[in-house]
Design a protein. Structure first.
Length: 587
């Protein structure tokens, strides 16, 4: 029953009364319309499971699919006009009202007619006139994002609202993400276009836009208990998107050391060539003309003064160069110290980033080599101390990279070329070992056994005059040890008399140790590169070759590593072994 008109006290009550009347008229129209349809139309709708509540939501294409052909034209026209005639009239009236408002108020300088919202469909449950698609703030003016799919969902929401089923209409996750993403992008673009500063929308701007989005897209309302306001959910998503696209501000590091101001000491003697006083010109202001000339000191010559020479006794250019050199050295040491600290912080993580570690090792190379090459370590303590300071060298990849930095820094092809030279050397050494009668033809051996046989025979191919320690027995024990099934690797390392790198092969895998310190483990499939790993550790940790295999390692240094040997290390045994090898391979 309709409430009496005298109970209507305000504009809101009158509005709801009009909505209630429209709903009653719609129910009566729906019931009478289904009764007036012919039997063919009713049976078609019943077969398609379409009730009277769904008919207003059908588009022209949907109705044409239900009733195809020219013979059903009148049926299509009747269904469409019954539910959409009032809405089309309301659309025309809304356009006329908006045109009238434009003529009365006019447009702002930044507003164009395309930005004014146009009512595409007027629902009896939708308030008269759409919410404006522009959000006017003091500065700037934002626009609500929309597209065809969003407008279709919005139209569907108001159609379902007429039958009280608007809760079933929700934005999909894809459309919601698209709306949030494009809204924030548009706001940032408008903010930057309207301001000369590099700014982002404020929190208040995002809150106002969230309210306007909920007003324009009612399906975004969040009525859950966890949200204090209906726009809290969309507001959080807008703020999260803004944080993701905001450019992070880099933290400013420590203030660099300021260089001292240059102090110029002018000499006004007649013989001085550093400055001349031009007194010929009759001018009220005196001018000092400085003759600028390039320094003739070569880079290799030190510009540091002799002991006992004071700064004031030096020319100003030499004094300034010395100060600049001291400051550059200090800055370089400070920066490399920061790189080392960063490297230590990375290795506190469970999974260090290998690329970041490699980059820091490149930057900290000079300070690291000065630390490793110093004579402040005992031979037995050197491996453990260096590995404690640089735990990255427990990984084979970083040790091989360090070998490349020492020999050919900046050459990314060094490691592949090194492995290719080692493969070529191994193929020739197989025949050379058979020729020297220290190696059998590897006809039936697999890859692992072939590598073990070659490594055991290498010290005999290139023998050293010094015998190995008595506990070792064979010279190859300085490089390779095969564990017995009942042998413990820890007990073997404790009783080992040498402090050089060694490969320990077990039934499952291989271990690389230096002295009594286990370093890393790698699979047996990589044992054919084990000699390269040993040479890399000799270079990276600045270790001394054991005398029992010094000739072999010197040959590997020149033939595989391609590093020239020092004159004092070119012993008679090395020269003899090299001569026999080159004669065999035909060089």
């Amino acid at each position: 029953m309709e409430p009496p008109l005298n109970y209507v006290t305000g504009p809101n009550d009158r509005y709801h009364l009009n909505q209630f009347r429209g709903f009653l008229n719609y129910i009566r129209l729906k019931v009478t319309f289904m009764e007036q349809l012919d039997s063919v139309t009713r049976s078609t709708l019943q077969d398609a499971n379409i009730s009277a509540a769904v008919l207003p939501t059908l588009s022209r294409d949907d109705i044409r699919d239900l009733f195809p052909g020219p013979e059903n034209f009148l049926r299509r026209k009747t269904i469409w006009e019954t539910f959409h005639r009032d809405k089309e009239q309301g659309q025309e009236a809304g356009c006329l009202n908006q045109n009238k408002e434009q003529e009365d108020t006019g447009l702002t300088p930044t507003q164009t007619p395309s930005e004014i919202p146009v009512t595409t469909r007027h629902s009896i449950f939708e308030p008269s006139g759409h919410p404006p698609r522009t959000l006017k703030l003091p500065n700037p003016e934002y626009v609500v994002y929309t597209d065809s799919e969003l407008e279709h969902v919005r139209k569907e929401y108001f159609d379902l609202q007429r039958v009280g089923q608007e809760r079933d209409c929700n934005l999909s996750k894809e459309l919601r993400c698209r709306l949030v993403r494009n809204t924030v992008t548009n706001m940032v673009s408008i903010m930057r276009a309207s301001s000369t500063d590099f700014m982002y929308p404020s929190k208040n701007d995002m809150l106002a836009m969230a309210k306007r989005l909920v007003e324009y897209y009612p399906m975004l309302r969040d009525d859950s208990v966890n949200c204090k306001h209906i726009w809290d959910s969309i507001f959080k998503q807008l703020m999260k998107r803004l944080q993701n696209i905001r450019t992070p501000k880099k933290k400013q590091g420590p203030t660099p050391q300021r260089k001292k101001k240059r102090r110029l000491d002018f000499d006004y003697d007649g013989d001085s060539s550093s400055c001349t006083l031009d007194s010929a010109e009759s001018s009220s202001a005196s001018a000092v003309m400085l003759e600028t000339r390039e320094s003739s000191t070569p880079p290799s010559v030190s510009t540091k003064p002799l002991a006992g020479t004071a700064d004031q006794d030096l020319p100003f250019s030499q004094t300034d160069n010395r100060r600049d050199e001291d400051h550059s050295d200090t800055d370089s040491q400070q920066s490399q110290a920061r790189h080392y600290h960063t490297l230590q912080e990375i290795y506190k993580r469970s999974k260090p980033n290998k690329e970041a570690v490699a980059q820091l090792l490149d930057l900290e190379f000079d300070a690291r080599r000065a630390f490793i090459n110093s004579d402040c370590f005992k031979d037995q303590d050197r491996p453990s101390k260096i590995l404690q300071a640089y735990p990255c060298f427990r990984e084979l990849q970083h040790v091989m990279d360090e070998l490349g930095r020492i020999l050919e820094k900046g050459n990314p092809r060094f490691i592949p070329k090194l492995k290719a030279r080692w493969e070529s050397f191994c193929s020739k050494a197989q025949f050379y070992g058979v020729y020297k009668k220290v190696l059998k033809p590897p006809m039936t051996l697999d890859g692992v056994k072939r590598s073990i046989a070659l490594m055991k025979a290498l010290p005999e191919m290139f023998p050293s005059p010094v015998a190995p320690p008595k506990k070792m027995g064979h010279p190859s024990e300085a490089m390779l040890h095969i564990l017995e099934p009942t042998e413990n690797p820890d007990s073997f390392l404790k009783g080992r008399p040498l402090f050089s790198p060694v490969l320990i092969v077990s039934e499952d895998n291989c271990m690389l140790a230096i002295g009594t310190t286990p370093v890393t483990i790698f699979p047996q499939e990589d044992l054919h590169e084990g000699v390269l790993y040993l040479m890399a550790y000799y270079y990276a940790l600045h270790l001394v070759y054991p005398k029992s295999v010094a000739t072999l390692l010197s040959v590997l240094q020149t033939e595989v590593i391609s590093d020239a040997i020092h004159g004092r290390d070119a012993t008679s045994s090395y020269k003899k072994a090299t001569l026999e090898w080159k004669k065999f391979i035909g060089e």
